[in-house]
Design a protein around this ligand. Structure first.
Ligand SMILES: [Zn+2]
Length: 88
C-alpha cells in the first residue's frame, strides 16, 4: 500500500523515470530495472506513480482502440496530462 503522505512530491529526474517506466510497460526494460523501479521508486515518488498510472491508462485505451472503443480525444488528454506533470 502506498502512503501518499510519505511520498516525494517532486522527482529530480522525472524525464528519465518516464522513459524507464515506458520501457517497462513496453517490455523493453531488464528485470533488474523493472524491480528496482517498481519497488523502490514508484512507492516513494508521487509524480512517477501518477505517470505510471497514466501510461497504463493509455496502453489500455490503445488496446481498446483496436476494437474502436477508445476515443482518440481521451488518449490525447491523458498524454497532455503527462506532459503537464513533466513541466510541473
Ligand atoms: Zn521519480
Amino acid at each position: 500500500m502506498n502512503d501518499p503522505s510519505k511520498m516525494k512530491h517532486d522527482c529530480s529526474n522525472q524525464k528519465e523515470c518516464l522513459q524507464l517506466l515506458q520501457a517497462i510497460l513496453d517490455g523493453e526494460a531488464t528485470q533488474a530495472q523493472k524491480e528496482h523501479f517498481m519497488k523502490e521508486h514508484l512507492d516513494s515518488c508521487m509524480p512517477c506513480y501518477q505517470n505510471y498510472h497514466l501510461e497504463v491508462a493509455i496502453r489500455d485505451l490503445l488496446k481498446k482502440k483496436c476494437t474502436r472503443e477508445a476515443p482518440q480525444e481521451l488518449i490525447e488528454s491523458i498524454k497532455k496530462q503527462i506532459q503537464q506533470n513533466l513541466r510541473a
